[in-house]
Design a protein around this ligand. Structure first.
Ligand SMILES: [Zn+2]
Length: 402
């Protein structure tokens, strides 16, 4: 090799936005957060790649797919021993009917719930709950640190950030609302429940700690939260012992406040996954103009694509623990069918005028999301995966890397 030869990055054109880029990083063929392998297509610029992360977040963290992913425990980029695939969007609560207490709960690997470290007041007395002494200590330490460092509660009410500062004078805590100032580091954040939530009336104010070890206060109104915090601060001046309801029945129903995700972004992400897989396995179509409306949809959410949710198809979704992407063709169109989490979720779209596959032929990409392995099958291999007389639900043996 000529020693003067430097590795020169070759300029490429991003298939999604048309800009020229040189960076070598590629875009995931199938998202890692859904159990995909580290398999990339090199036709996406960094800017588009970053934009896709936002779409994917909507799909596999915020939407109901996030719940499926959490249930199964599919890891993302940052493995976390306690929360293997935390479900970020909904508020999880448990209701103790006997004592009429709403608990803040969290979710661990495979949806096992635990009591978040929290303190609330019932009948003028304070109660501290947590799932272990360690997390109680973590909570207490965070609270002491907050008192020392800023003593500020922040809330976003009608798009306005409000700071409430708690200060001690003459052996007594009191609060004063402060004008908006620069960002406060690690304040207590105020949150609430929608008024029409059926547990709203049972919600007593509480201070708790979330997955990111941030202190939060939940109450029905900001004023209620302020009064609670002020009273609690004053109580801590002379009280070191708090009661507990530990042993409360956590088998009581878990309440989901609801999903809050952008359904267009959700669909854009799915179309992008389909396109990425198509381009990866059929590179000859990369420049085909038939893809343009779909790329337009991924980039701008423009309408005009044919597709949407589908009813579950037993035959196609018979391989457990896998995601499937089918490519089938008829009348010169390609149909892309994405089924995630063993067919519990099915999405499809049609790319018109893309005579990609032969008449009556189809291909399947099978992703084993537990083991991050995939296999790509042509029509013959796909048919062979359904031997005559086999049990439809029998796992496919020898799922191998391509
Ligand atoms: Zn781009």
């Amino acid at each position: 090799m000529n020693s003067n030869t430097k590795t020169v990055a070759i300029s490429k054109t991003c298939r999604y936005c048309g800009n020229v880029y040189t960076k070598k990083d590629g875009e995931h063929v199938f998202p890692y957060g859904l159990g995909g392998e580290n398999l990339y297509i090199d036709c996406v610029c960094e800017q588009c790649n970053n934009y896709f992360s936002g779409l994917e977040l909507e799909l596999y963290q915020k939407s109901f797919l996030g719940l499926m992913r959490s249930t199964i425990g599919v890891e993302g980029y940052t493995p976390n021993a306690r929360n293997r695939s935390p479900f970020k969007a909904p508020v999880l609560l448990s209701f103790d009917e006997k004592n009429q207490i709403v608990f803040e709960i969290g979710q661990q690997f495979r949806m096992q719930v635990f009591v978040r470290p929290q303190i609330f007041a019932i009948g003028g007395k304070y109660y501290v709950e947590a799932d272990s002494m360690e997390s109680k200590q973590l909570f207490a330490d965070a609270f002491v640190k907050w008192k020392k460092e800023n003593g500020v509660l922040t809330a976003c009410v009608e798009k306005k950030i409000i700071h409430v500062k708690f200060t001690i004078a003459d052996g007594h805590y009191s609060r004063l609302s402060e004008p908006v100032k620069k960002d406060v580091k690690k304040p207590i954040q105020y949150c609430t429940l929608p008024e029409d939530h059926h547990l709203y009336d049972h919600l007593s104010p509480r201070l708790f700690i979330d997955d990111d070890e941030k202190l939060k206060i939940r109450a029905r109104t900001l004023v209620e939260a302020e009064i609670f915090l002020e009273d609690l601060l004053n109580d801590t001046l002379f009280n070191n012992q708090y009661g507990s309801f530990s042993g409360s029945d956590l088998n009581s129903p878990i309440v989901h406040v609801g999903f809050s995700f952008d359904s267009v972004k959700f669909q854009q992400a799915l179309v992008k996954i389909g396109l990425n897989c198509l381009i990866y396995y059929f590179p000859q179509i990369k420049e085909n103009p038939s893809l343009n409306p779909y790329i337009g949809y991924v980039m701008h959410g423009t309408h005009g694509i044919k597709g949407g949710m589908e009813a579950k198809d037993q035959l196609m979704d018979s391989v457990p623990e896998t995601h499937n992407i089918f490519f089938s063709s008829w009348e010169g169109n390609v149909r892309v069918r994405i089924s995630l989490f063993s067919g519990q979720f099915v999405f499809a779209f049609w790319i018109e005028n893309l005579p990609l596959l032969g008449h009556n032929s189809y291909h399947r990409l099978l992703i084993d999301y537990q083991h991050r392995q995939h296999t790509f099958q042509d029509t013959i291999a796909f048919l062979k995966s359904f031997p005559v007389g086999s049990q439809a639900n029998e796992p496919l043996s020898g799922l191998a890397k391509k």
